[in-house]
Design a binder for this molecule. Sequence first.
Ligand SMILES: *Cc1c(COP(=O)(O)O)cnc(C)c1O
Ligand SMILES: [Zn+2]
Length: 427
Amino acid sequence: MSNPSASHRPSPEGTSPSAFLKGLKCRECGRLYDLAAIHVCDFCFGPLEVDYDYEAIRRVLTRDAIQKGPNSLWRYKHLLPVVNEPTIGLHAGMTPLLKADRLGKALGLKRLYIKNDTVNHPTLSFKDRVVAVAINRARELGFKTVACASTGNLANSVSAHAASAGMNCFVFIPHDLEAGKILGNLIYKPTVVAVKGNYDDVNRLCSEIGAEYPWAFVNINIRPYYAEGSKSMAFETAEQLGWRIPDQVVVPIASGSLLTKIWKGFQEFSSLGIVDAHPGLKVNGAQASGCSPVYQAFMAGRTQFVPVKPKTIAKSLAIGNPADGYYSLDVVGKSHGQVEAATDPEIVEGMVLLAETEGVFAETAGGVTVACLRKLAKKGAIRPDDLTVAYITGNGLKTMEALTGYLPEPVGIDPTLASFRKIVNPS
Ligand SMILES: *Cc1c(COP(=O)(O)O)cnc(C)c1O
Ligand SMILES: [Zn+2]
């Protein structure tokens, strides 16, 4: 194995492969690398991905072994890229899979489920999955400082996990994030850097900073490990459905990583014999119309997207140049899924519809997913009998600004029964 560019590898200890990890592998040319803090192939600039020893995993991983594991994503640790027992982020994952009968009725779907990551531990978004994996791997690799480029939720999760690990932390965010997401960093006392630019500017800057400082940028040099955490969304879905793969999934797209890893998770489970293969699974993507490079490419029948300048209330999905946009289009294409997009008013309608039918208060990204699910059902891309899972990835208390002016005021009364009768006057 060659590893010419592993400049920031503070300690060699963590690079020894576990029984189930073979190394990193270039997605494009297949070259192999050490399990270091690197993410790009030196030869072809392709992204690196974790390579597992599936034969060894097959010998130990059974449904029974999974069910005896912890009530967290670590029950799937054989398929996650950490070498030692995890010590941080022990409670991420295993969020509820809700049978959404009332939302299903509103949309004409009889077998609809919601994977509810609005209640992920500790920071109420799906990012707690990827960060739980990244932070353990960063510690194994000997890093003392963690960092990230974030659209909001990632920074919250990195800040919280770094605090609980006692690590130094720098988070970089666009300057115009929601108040709840900014506060959701500051409370953990990291260094919060608000960059005058959009996420794509923040990300580019962080690549430059990462070349100078020996830090674990969870979604840059640690990205191959980080991204694998998203597979747990698929593993849990399959297990919670009684060990089966659904017919349709609807997944919000920011960088596109979550969508590709949900596909990968289902593929791994079926090729390991944990669930029956389901060649009919369709993976659908959901974007905000104000930042929809993947949707636009899909509609034009292109395999590559054109970067855009984001302008949407769904700030957590506002990535104009998505790192995994190309691979998302590939997964949607080969699974015969579709990509939809939702305007800002449709996003708010989606948030309200989910809340009033299922009692789930999701952030704007959840509104995107519900609005796109509705469009897919309406045009018949998802049929009434399809076993469908929609991924709700973040909590509405973090994006309250989006609802300003959309909800009625409370009914104000004097503290008297007469006032209640007169003004509320319930029938
Ligand atoms: C980050 C994020 C996503 C999607 O992330 P990918 O970059 O596509 O993996 C979806 N929903 C929310 C709420 C997020 O914060
Ligand atoms: Zn390569």
